[in-house]
Design a binder for this molecule. Sequence first.
Ligand code: KIV
Length: 283
Amino acid sequence: MAKKKSVVDFYKMKKEGDPVAWVTAYDFPTASFAEQAGMDMILVGDSLGMVVLGYEGTIPVTMQDCISHCQAVRRGAPNTWVIGDMPFGSYQVSDEDAVVNAVRFLKEGNVDCIKLEGGVRVKSRIRAITDAGIVVMGHIGLTPQSSGQFGGYKAQGRTIESARNLIKDALAVQEAGAYSILVEAVPPEVTAFLAKLLTIPVYSIGAGLCDGQLIISGDMLGKFQAFTPKFVKKYAKVAEVETNAFKEYIQDVKERKFPGEEHVYHVIDSMEDYEKLFNEFEK
Ligand code: KIV
């Protein structure tokens, strides 16, 4: 089994040009499959609201939802770097709130690191959490929790003005003490510049090549069906496999083909004794 990676490994990987491969996971089986496959790290994203809980967005996701799913992921992937995603409302009010909730992620969720969205405007939050001794990943570009302010899930950094703000955000995240930053839905040219400019690892989701790639497991496995962002590559059709399996099962039940002989526990005592027993109750 591969050794669990740490921030030291992630810095080394950036230096050596070895890209980090990571996915989201929200449950025990997905986390254990990711670990068995050799994933470098796992994000328990607040995308769990859409991918697992069936909400239309991430806003309703609570701290308790995140903690429970982090615990399941940790049980499935004990030897993988796990990042807990701070949900909307858990760090927006004050630095103190942010630290209290980040501490919960570590103490109860058993994660290695937390991620929060925003650049310049969350600088004091990142500083406060890192000052508490907690490892932080930043997240800029398309930040789903504040997507209402962009008018929806819109790519960022596509104009000079927007790219300038992104660069300022990235520098603020690094200066505040984050060990890495995730850049979402940004032109690859801007991401490549950020990866060169910053000393911390710069990871992409829908933002081209850099120090590593994140993808939502529900998207890549073909489980999340509500919509598919442009930047998703599908590696499996799990929804199709599951639906077909359910259809086959229903047919087997209706046709009395399931359970078969091989799926039942036969009696140990003689059948005559069983007949006598049944008779006792029928009288
Ligand atoms: O919640 C999540 O999975 C995320 C990704 C969209 C980056 O934050």
